[in-house]
Every structure is written in C-alpha cells, then in structure tokens.
Design a protein around this ligand. Structure first.
Ligand code: ASP
Ligand code: MG
Length: 468
C-alpha cells in the first residue's frame, strides 16, 4: 500500500483538478491519499484572520468566497447531482466550523497559535471532501477520514508540530488500516495532526508533505509518492541554470539538506518520519505520470559526482555576537542560544569561532533576535551586529565530507569570479557545505559552481573520487 500526497500546485484551476481526479481514479486504488488545500486557499484562510479581527461584517462574505470557490469546482468536475449535494452538505458543515472560529476571534480580539492552526488547516478539510466526493461521482468507493477521526497524534506544538509516531502508529492501525479493506481509497486532509488532548496542530507551512510522510510511517507503507507538477530535484534551479539536469536518486540526508536550504520541492522535515521506517519517497510528475521522478531512500545512487545539487536561499540573515574567547569561556553560547530559543525564535544554523558566534535566522526573525539579545543582563558579549543583504549557497552531496578536494574546488570556483565569501559552514552535515555571499553575487556564484561540478565535462569526475 502506498501513501500518495497531492500538492496544492496540482489543485489549481478546473482542468488541472479534473486531470488529477482522473489520474487518481486510475492510479490510486488501494492507497491512502493525503491532500493539500486547493491552490491559494490557505492564504485566503489566513487573510480572513485579520478581517475577522477587524470587523465582524467581513466574516460572512469571506466564508461565501470560500464556499463558492469549492462549489464551483465541484459543479464542473463532479458527474452526479447527488454527489454534488452530498459534498455541499459536508462542506457546509466544515464551513460552519470555520465561521465559528472567525466569530470567536472577533469576540475575543485575540489570535492564539491554537486558533491560527485551527483556521489555517481548514482548506485541507475542504479539499479532502471535494476529492473524495468527486471520486465517488466517478464510481470509485472513496471515503475521507480526518486526523481527528483516525488519531494522527503529534507532540502538540502549534505551528510546527512533530508526529508522535508510536501513538499515531497504534491508532492508525486500528482506524485507517481497517477502513482500507472497505474502501477503494481514503482521502486525508494534510497539513495537521492532533495533540494527545485532541487539539489541532499544524506542521508548518507546506506541511502536507510532512503529514503524508507521517501517515506513511505510521502505516509502514510500501512507498510515499509525492504528486507534483515537476519531475523532481534538479542539479540547480533551472530558472537560473538552463543546463540544470534532473536527479534520479537522493539519499534522505541529501534530500533533507536540499529542502532545508532552498529547493522548494518538499517540506524540509518530510524525510524524518519515513526514514525511521525506511520507506522510499518518489516524486511523481502528474503532467508526465510515466516518467520516473527522483527517488529518495537511505542510500543515494553511487554516482561518480559527489555533488548532487547546488541550492540557495535568500531568506537568511546573520546575527553576529562578538565576544572574546568564545571557545574558552563556558556558557556564552548557551546563554545567548537559550535566550533566543526561549523567545520562540528558530535558529537555522550557528557557526562559532574564538571571537564570534554567528546565528543564522530567517529574515523575518532577525530584528526580534537582535532585540532579545540586547536585553540580556549582565551583557555577556562585546557587540552585536546584524547582516541582511546576504544569500546562502549550498552544495549538497553525500560523501562530500569524505572526498578530497571538493571544498577546494568549490571555493576556487567562487574566488575566480572575484566573489567574497562571508561565512562558511562545513561539518554540521556530512552531506552539505554552505556559505554566505552578497546578494548581488548569487547568480555568478551558482553558475560558477554548476559549471565546475556538472557542466565542465567528464574529466572533472576523476578529480573528486570518494576517498573511502
Ligand atoms: N496548505 C498548506 C500550506 O499552504 C499546507 C501544504 O499545502 O502543504 O502551507
Ligand atoms: Mg508544498
């Protein structure tokens, strides 16, 4: 049995949605399907939060927009009037719940992380109903279940939950698994699970991939298939590098690194649950369903190219904490890191030298991080500094750390372009080397690296043969 995840990019516009439902009817029998919200719906739900806080009168028109959107799709793609009616009824029930949340917000005037999660995951509820009713209208015995009804348990952290795999395994095996005997396929809303107390907790934006991985792990599925509108991972972003090539295979480690920094193919934590049960992930292009997409598993392909891909993100900024003898004075790192963590800030990475600790943050977090450290008394550092105009470039490949000369080749390619490297981190992951450079040097940097590691011809491969 497979777990299939259908992304929001595949649920965009009537012809695409119709195509997906047809593909599902032929390719998904006997399997579990985890769905994203229709394209753009999560953003609409989140926009509604501000409207509801501002003005009660804005709530019903907002609900009306969402209702009409889903119903108009249903009218175009469902073959039977009774299925349209059945969907309408189920959808109205879910919309009523959303309405109550928005009114609750307006009444209390306060947005809690719990409420934000409860509201933002509603799009997945709607789309799971839409798809399961559409498949029924095509004569398939489809059903839908929710994380609530099947017990997809998490650690209870709002906005960034982690699956409680033992608890979810136990419950899904007694809820979802038997249901698969009765139905041809079961649709599940992605993006969230529930705490042991039954509260809705999302897995963060883009979290339907993770939800699907969690369901696959809990069921010990044979495979996790991610349906997208691309073939999979590439050696670089093809928008920048036209010569970029498709990647056949990646290891979990490589996939995690590529997803964490840049490549927006998968939610960065998707590999975590499936890795624990050794389940392969396959990216399937719904526009080209017979093509073999990127396969992700424990071992990556033994390629003579150590580097699999070059990725980047511009969503980084650095907070530098200058202090002398960072390495000698115990405690500085833990004082500043705990202050940042206590403030609920996500440290994306940290690099320490004797005189400076550099924390990497998403751009949105840098000001709060700076303000948090400014408040620490007694002051444990000499100076603080923020840098925003940077981008992070990463080369990713398993075996990178055990192969001779890769870092040297990387940095000589960069130096030849006259690019100044601001900071380097090599070591935290065996499969990635990343460094920061000025925004304006990004394109030059990517091209130089891609030419060095991929397009410079076969002769290159010999010089970076793995040591072991
Ligand atoms: N719909 C959610 C989002 O837009 C989750 C997902 O699609 O993965 O973030
Ligand atoms: Mg996504």
């Amino acid at each position: 049995m497979k777990v299939i995840k259908i992304g929001g990019g595949c649920l965009k516009g009537i012809p695409t949605i119709r195509h997906i439902t047809e593909l599902t009817s032929t390719h998904a029998k006997g399997h579990v399907i985890v769905v994203s919200a229709l394209y753009g719906v999560t953003d609409i739900l989140i926009d509604g939060i501000q409207k509801a806080l501002q003005d009660e009168e804005k709530i019903m028109p907002h609900i009306e927009v969402l209702l009409r959107l889903h119903l108009s799709v249903a009218r175009f793609i469902m073959k039977s009037e009774s299925c349209i009616q059945g969907f309408h009824q189920d959808l109205s029930g879910a919309m009523k719940q959303l309405e109550r949340y928005y009114y609750g917000l307006n009444f209390t005037g306060e947005l809690t992380p719990k409420m934000k999660d409860a509201i933002s995951c509603m799009g997945e509820r709607f789309s799971a109903l839409l798809l399961s009713w559409t498949l029924q209208s095509l004569g398939v015995a489809a059903a839908s279940m929710t994380p609530q009804t099947m017990g997809l348990y998490t650690d209870g952290k709002f906005g960034d939950a982690t699956i409680d795999l033992p608890a979810a395994t136990e419950s899904l095996n007694s809820t979802l698994k038997p249901a698969l005997q009765t139905y041809d396929m079961i649709f599940i809303p992605g993006f969230y699970g529930i705490s042991l107390k039954g509260e809705i907790t999302t897995f963060g934006r883009g979290g339907s991939d993770y939800a699907a991985a969690a369901v696959a792990a809990a069921l010990s599925a044979d495979l996790l298939e991610i349906w997208k509108d691309v073939d999979g991972f590439m050696t670089a972003n093809p928008k920048f590098v036209p010569q970029a090539a498709f990647i056949n295979r990646l290891s979990y480690e490589e996939c995690a690194e590529l997803s964490y920094f840049g490549a927006s193919i998968l939610h960065p934590r998707t590999v975590e649950p499936v890795r624990q049960r050794n389940i392969e992930i396959v990216i399937k292009n719904t526009l080209n369903p017979d093509a073999q997409g990127t396969i992700i598993s424990e071992k990556s392909e033994q390629s003579d190219l150590v580097i699999k891909s070059i990725t980047y993100t511009d969503d980084v900024s650095i907070l530098k904490v200058h202090a002398s003898g960072v390495g000698y004075r115990p405690g500085i790192l833990s004082i500043v890191a705990s202050a940042l963590t206590d403030a609920g800030l996500n440290i994306r990475s940290v690099v320490a030298t004797q005189t400076c600790i550099s924390f990497l943050f998403s751009k949105k977090d840098i000001d709060e991080a700076y303000a948090t450290l400014e408040k620490i008394r007694p002051v444990p550092y000499r100076a603080l500094e923020k840098e925003r105009e940077l981008v992070l470039l990463a080369i990713v490949g398993e075996g990178l750390s055990s192969s001779k000369g890769v870092a040297a080749r990387c940095f000589s390619a960069i130096a030849e372009q006259g690019i100044n490297v601001e900071m380097i981190s090599f070591g935290p992951s065996k499969a990635a080397l990343y460094f920061l450079l000025k925004q304006e040097d990004l394109h030059k940097g990517i091209h130089a690296l891609h030419a060095t590691f991929f397009t410079a011809g076969k002769a290159d491969k010999q010089t970076i043969a793995p040591v072991s």
